[in-house]
Ligand binder design. Structure first.
Ligand code: 13P
Length: 326
């Protein structure tokens, strides 16, 4: 058993308090391999942004759950080695049971999510509450979810979207004691978020629901999942080099930026990182058929992801240069 504090990690409490006050969102970037993790640390370190490193249950299995803890510790060491002074949280994304949350907490995660959004209201409350009791003994933060965010996120698949009911949020937060709440206002997981023909037809998120939730919860931290923007330049590269992504559209950056002004203080991005990696690797291998060195194509993808993360932190989430306040 190890505490996140011994690994040099931070929980999300101060991050969210400062994000609320200063109206920005802390990035929750998902990763499943070393190069994505390095890109997140460098991208956030170079922009002086706090960061939440996220692992879904499937990504944890892929990397090996014992390894994940060391990757978190390694991320802290790497940041220090590069001279960055940023708070780093290690977070279980879409945890699906008390048992998994406990394993992660005992291995040094500083934050865990329980996604009980597919369960009935009372069951979601009961399991979240049990996790909160265990996590809070160790000062670990807990994110909960209310409303169903459609799409596929590794272990979690939902075909129907159910917007969060603002009338439930206060009771849910009070009963569970969670530290932050993920809500459904029209974002969804994966590369296909909208059934539209072109980018201009992407609908607005339900800012009316966000406003209502905000009214009920005051300064309580709100989280947006499913917030990749699906940059069309990467979709184009993927398609040019043998892939097939058709009508894949994401959340426009302007809408994410707007959400940070309405109390959203964590924004989750996973699919964009996959798009960057797939696009750059497809292109490199097609253009260099004689090359076999993984450092070449993974390194190229890593650099591209660093650039994307820097741009997001600076221009969309507003998290650049905020680390010093935490
Ligand atoms: P995207 O699929 O939009 O990147 O969402 C990721 C996410 O919400 C992880 O929890």
């Amino acid at each position: 058993m190890v505490s996140f504090k011994d690994l040099g990690l931070s929980n999300t409490k101060k991050m969210f308090k400062v994000a609320q006050e200063r109206k920005f969102a802390v990035p929750g970037y998902n990763y499943s391999n070393l190069e994505q993790l390095q890109a997140i640390i460098i991208g956030c370190g170079e922009t002086n942004s706090p960061v939440i490193l996220q692992n879904s249950p499937a990504a944890g299995e892929y990397a090996n759950r014992a390894m994940v803890r060391y990757l978190g510790e390694g991320a802290v060491a790497m940041a220090k080695n590069l001279g960055y002074n940023i708070p780093i949280a290690l977070h279980l994304d879409h945890g699906n049971s008390f048992e998994l949350a406990k394993i992660c907490i005992d291995k040094g995660f500083s934050s865990v999510m329980f996604d009980g959004s597919h369960l009935d209201y009372e069951e979601n409350i009961n399991i979240t509450k049990k996790i909160v009791a265990y996590a809070h003994e160790k000062d670990v933060s807990v994110e909960a979810e209310l409303g169903v965010i459609a799409g596929i996120e590794e272990h979690v698949e939902a075909s129907e979207h159910h917007y969060t009911d603002p009338d439930q949020v206060e009771d849910f937060v009070n009963q569970t004691g969670c530290n932050s709440l993920a809500i459904a206002i029209g974002t969804s997981h994966g590369a296909y978020k909208f059934k539209v023909e072109k980018e201009e037809d992407i609908p607005e998120l339900r800012f009316d629901i966000l406003e209502e939730v905000r009214k009920r919860l005051g300064k309580f931290p709100i989280v947006l999942h499913g917030s990749s923007s699906i940059p069309q330049k990467y979709a184009k590269i993927i398609n040019e080099y043998g892939g097939s992504l058709s009508k894949a559209f994401g959340i426009p950056e302007a809408q994410l930026k707007k959400a940070t002004q309405y109390g959203v203080c964590k924004i989750n991005i996973a699919t964009d990182s996959r798009m960057v990696f797939t696009a750059m690797i497809r292109k490199y291998l097609a253009e260099h058929p004689d090359q076999i060195g993984p450092r070449k194509y993974l390194g190229l993808a890593r650099q591209e992801l660093i650039d994307m993360i820097k741009q997001r932190n600076k221009e969309v989430l507003g998290s650049a240069d905020q680390a010093k306040y935490i």
